[in-house]
Design a protein around this ligand. Structure first.
Ligand code: PD2
Ligand code: ZN
Length: 281
């Protein structure tokens, strides 16, 4: 594969130096649902130039240069409990690449009930971000709402606890969102970071991390799936899944989605952490 590519020439057009055979090899891997990081590793170990890899996989060029600080829980040395907001929060699972940490008991049953009941009458159809603004799309069929920052004592203490847990200031977050997925609804795989257009034209603070907290348990389906990590986290009331992305780039391997809810319904609360140095509020 690598032998069919001219390498070491930086200013050439990558489209002209990549053979049809190589493109077909990549297409077959993608069609076979081979995780992106496995394809990336295989191409790099065969000596492909980064710009050729990005071209063939349709990834943006040059994205990897722009790394951000990211939130990170203090779990160095295998700590299994983190104290945050006066609570002991258990670490259930960690993964390095992509960075994913699953926590038990971030929220109490009372907090889960409160968030569901306080948001129920304020739900509206969820949107996705696009260059034309926020649009309703079949890839995201939940309903959602946003609490104001520290809208009430319960929301304030949850926001502070979640931020303390991952070592990030509440100043660099988005408002707390609650989502409801009725049966058969889903959120197809996507990246949580924003595209260049949203950040530059709309001055939206770039996201660098996500905490999804489960408020209830659907009977079947509704897991949070990390495609490149071949991992699915099943909703458990009070539990949270945290992941971070140090650049707005698919190489972060954070392509993830909310799987269809087959039976029952699903409620989650999400806190997004935004890039330091960019005002979020
Ligand atoms: O509901 C989920 O599990 C889920 C999965 C992926 C939610 C989001 N992304 C999100 O709100 O960004
Ligand atoms: Zn997401």
């Amino acid at each position: 594969m690598a032998s069919s590519i001219e390498r070491d020439v930086d200013d050439r057009d990558p489209a002209r130096s990549i053979t049809e055979e190589a493109v077909q090899w990549v297409d077959r891997k993608l069609a076979d649902s081979v995780p992106l990081h496995v394809i990336l590793d295989a191409m790099r170990s065969k000596g492909w130039a980064e710009r050729d890899i990005r071209h063939v996989l349709g990834l943006p060029q040059g994205g990897s240069g722009d790394f951000h600080d990211v939130p990170e829980p203090d779990i160095e040395g295998g700590r299994s409990v983190v104290r945050a907001g006066g609570r002991d929060i258990r670490v259930l699972m960690t993964k390095e690449e992509p960075r994913i940490v699953v926590f038990d008991d971030i929220l109490t049953d009372d907090e889960c009930d409160f968030l569901i009941e306080a948001s129920r009458s304020r739900l509206e159809r969820s949107v996705i971000y696009s260059p034309d603004g926020n649009v309703v799309d079949d890839m995201r069929t939940s309903k959602g709402m946003w609490f104001e920052y520290a809208e009430n004592e319960m929301v304030r203490s949850i926001e502070e606890r979640v931020c303390e847990l991952v070592g990030w200031s509440t100043k660099h977050t988005q408002k707390l969102q609650v989502l409801h997925y009725p049966q058969d609804s889903e959120y197809e795989p996507h990246y949580d970071y924003f595209g260049r257009y949203a950040v530059e034209e709309h001055q939206i603070a770039q996201r660098v991390g996500t905490m999804i907290m489960y408020l209830n348990e659907p009977t079947r389906g509704g897991g949070t799936r990390f495609v490149d990590a071949s991992l699915q986290v099943m909703p458990r009331r009070g539990m949270g899944v945290f992941f971070s992305y140090d650049r707005p780039d698919p190489a972060t391997l954070t392509f993830h989605g909310g799987m269809p809810v087959h039976e029952g319904d699903k409620w989650i609360a999400t806190k997004w952490f935004t890039k330091r140095g960019q005002p979020s509020h």
